[in-house]
Design a binder for this molecule. Structure first.
Ligand code: MEV
Length: 323
């Protein structure tokens, strides 16, 4: 019997412009970052299917036919994505699955998409199933949707293709062909935001105040389009200015918190040329553009909150099989 090992990895992502307004059909810009989820799948030696994530201290035996698990160690979280991916692709033969990741939990960098894309790619390799980036991004989106109920296709798309991606008003995806290797600092709090609740809160605010909020959402879309031009020109001052305006719009939508604003203003005071909430808000994370000031900005945020230094990367999913 041949002994198979399949390995895959996929990047985490962050939203640069367009969170919340994208829910109403406005454009968005998101990018893959240099933090990744790594998944290894091999045949099991004891007839059981075991999932291990040593970085987060999690271990479970999986009953893949029933989408169930027996908890052996740690707190469940990402396991639902693994079970859903296995249910879609796997033949239920016993395997060992290991997840390693340098995406900190709670950093708001969309680790579920990275894990889902890497798991599916490793499974396809393991079973010798043909796939391409388009089919993988689609399948990963289906997994996220099955687990979360609603999910934006942007996360899995970015984790699959890598790079910076622009999603237009008519849902066309464009990949930026530009060198955007500037340093950003991500700040995150221990308070987690609830994306579903935040999206609902914005919807209710909009329904109560349509004449005020509708034009704001349209302006956020226009801002994202200006940001696209600024990125293409590598005009960092303009990108920073637009990030600051975007943060103000997110304040209008009511998704910012004391912690998010604290990080945003700490970053600016320490020399960031732009900083804003990233993702759904209500807790979670901010992103600061700070060429030449990374250490200063990181130090300022870390006085009260957590930091992560990131860069955007062109590297999307990658996978291999060893026999
Ligand atoms: C959450 O990361 C981004 C939101 O726009 C929701 C979504 O697009 O699914 C708030």
């Amino acid at each position: 019997m041949s002994y198979l090992i399949a390995k895959a990895s996929a990047p985490a992502k962050t939203i640069l412009f367009g969170e919340h307004s994208v829910v109403y059909g406005e454009p968005a810009i998101a990018g893959a970052v240099n933090k990744r989820a790594y998944v290894t799948i091999k045949e099991s030696e004891d007839g059981k299917t075991i999932f291990r994530a040593p970085d987060i201290g999690f271990e479970a035996e999986l009953l893949t036919e029933h989408k169930k698990y027996i908890l052996l160690k740690g707190k469940p979280g990402i396991i639902r994505y693994i079970l859903e991916a296995l249910y879609k692709v796997h033949d239920h033969s016993p395997i060992d699955i290991t997840l390693n990741s340098n995406v900190p939990i709670g950093s708001g960098l969309g680790s579920s998409a990275a894990v889902t894309v890497a798991t599916l790619a490793a499974l396809y390799r393991y079973h010798n199933i043909r796939f391409n980036k388009k089919s993988l991004a689609h399948d990963a989106h289906m997994v996220e949707q099955a687990v979360q109920g609603v999910a934006s296709p942007l996360d899995t798309l970015v984790s699959t293709y890598g790079g910076l991606v622009y999603l237009s008003r008519n849902k066309k995806v464009e990949h930026f062909n530009v060198n955007f290797n500037v340093p950003f600092v991500v700040g995150y709090t221990t308070k987690h935001g609830n994306t579903g609740k935040m999206v609902k809160d914005v919807k209710n605010l909009k329904a109560r105040n349509p004449k005020i909020i509708n034009p704001v959402i349209t302006s956020m879309g226009n801002l994202t389009n200006y940001a696209k031009q600024a990125i293409l020109k590598r005009d960092f001052d303009k990108i920073g200015e637009l990030m600051n305006i975007n943060h103000g719009f997110l304040d209008v939508l009511g998704v910012n918190t004391l912690e998010l604003s604290r990080m945003v203003y700490n970053a600016r005071e320490a020399g960031a040329i732009g900083s804003k909430t990233t993702g759904a808000g209500g807790g979670g994370s901010i992103i600061a553009l700070c060429p030449g000031k990374v250490e200063e900005v990181a130090r300022a945020i870390s006085r009260d909150d957590n930091v992560l230094k990131i860069r955007f990367t062109r590297k999307g999913v990658s996978s291999r099989v060893y026999k």
